[in-house]
Design a protein around this ligand. Structure first.
Ligand code: PLP
Length: 374
């Protein structure tokens, strides 16, 4: 070791187990995987290869560059959907690389049809059913479908929409989005039976079979984010983040810790300073509610700095006090990803995608990979 470094361990067996949990719960034909943003920060290459080895054949990314990266990792042709569609001038490149843009406006659709060649082009269409982010309006889509010999001419292989509140099962938008999507589904089923339909992200899969259709798009659940409570008991921990202690010190009553002097000791305390701060993705908002773990829960003290932060180890008996070089768990089996995110007033997605490049990434398999798939 030539320096102290936080360690981000990624359990690839657990990733595949989580994918199987989603696939088994999904009543439709295929379960894909969303691997945008470097597989939610975990490293797209090992994640994609691992999921591919488990049988995943549909990958969703945000951008063209991400799509090319995924394509180069896989030895055969699979479906790679690009959620942010296709920029002007890039249409032919998508065809040449056999990538599938998710087209979300009539302007993009007309451009796509003008430039690319029938038979060579493949695309997905995204319908806005109430999220009001990206997507064709249902009426525009229905009118357009009447106008052209869709999907043969446009090359539409997938029609999809995205749920805004799937992680809140009781939210009325879940039903209303489904209702707005239904006429589209009926039309596609009748007129273009070859075209697949997709609506559910991780949480959407748990809304019930009515939201399932043909292809699922789970992301966060694969990486261990329990976006709905019933997943808590079923998902395996994929991500473990540990930071090394680089100094132990004693502070006395009235002394403060870190920038701003926010935390002031009421009594003598032992504190551990660890390597790892907001530049490594430890959001500043974690303080003061967060507790890490090393033999016991250790409250964070004071503000998170760029490269370090501090934990209270006073309650540990001296035999088990961490020493320089020992690790404190920030995310893992004792501090769940969701609890850590909650302490920072955010969601697991943000916590994961902020994890910094300085962390040493370690990929491993657990004993489970020796046993056959469930
Ligand atoms: C990111 C994304 C997903 C994955 O959502 P999770 O909540 O991570 O399962 C699915 N579909 C679309 C359109 C997305 O942008």
């Amino acid at each position: 070791m030539h320096q102290y470094s936080g360690v981000l361990k990624v359990n690839l067996s657990a990733l595949r187990r989580n994918w199987r949990v989603m696939r088994e719960r999904f009543s439709g034909q295929d379960c894909g995987a969303v691997v945008k943003a470097n597989a939610y920060g975990l490293g797209v290459a090992p994640v994609v290869q691992s999921l591919y080895s488990e049988g995943c054949r549909q990958f969703f990314v945000a951008t063209y560059d991400e799509a090319i990266q995924v394509k180069r990792l896989i030895p055969e042709s699979v479906d790679i959907f690009v959620l942010q569609g296709v920029c002007p001038g890039m249409e032919q490149r998508f065809c040449d690389e056999d990538l599938v843009p998710v087209i979300f406006s009539t302007e993009m659709l007309r451009r796509w049809m003008a430039v690319t060649v029938i038979g060579r082009r493949r695309c997905a269409l995204k319908i806005n059913t109430g999220m009001n982010r990206l997507g064709l309006e249902p009426e525009d889509f229905l009118a357009f479908a009447d106008e052209v010999a869709f999907p043969q001419t446009i090359g539409v292989e997938l029609v999809m929409s995205h749920l805004a509140c799937a992680d809140e099962p009781q939210h009325p938008l879940n039903i209303s989005q489904l209702e707005r999507f239904r006429p589209i589904v009926e039309m596609v089923r009748q007129r273009f039976p070859q075209t697949r339909i997709s609506l559910a992200n991780s949480a959407g899969i748990f809304l019930g079979d009515a939201w399932h259709f043909d292809l699922a798009r789970p992301g966060i659940a694969l990486y261990g984010g329990s976006c709905v409570p019933e997943l808590r008991a079923r998902l395996s921990t994929v991500v473990t983040l540990k930071l090394p202690v680089i100094q132990l010190r004693t502070i006395f009553a009235g002394e403060s810790v870190g920038y701003g002097g926010d935390f002031v000791a009421q009594e003598e305390m032992r504190i551990a300073i660890v390597s790892g701060g907001y530049a490594d993705g430890l959001l500043r908002r974690l303080a003061p509610r967060f507790a890490g773990w090393c033999e016991w829960y250790l409250p964070m003290l004071g503000r998170v700095s760029m490269d370090s932060c501090a934990f209270d180890v006073s309650q540990l008996p001296s035999e088990i006090l961490p020493r320089e070089g020992d690790f404190i768990e920030i995310i893992g089996d004792h501090v769940s990803l969701d609890d850590a995110a909650k302490a920072a007033d955010t969601i697991s997605y943000e916590l994961l995608t902020r994890l910094g490049d300085r962390l040493q990434k370690v990929y491993f398999e657990d004993a489970d990979h020796l046993s056959p798939p469930i």
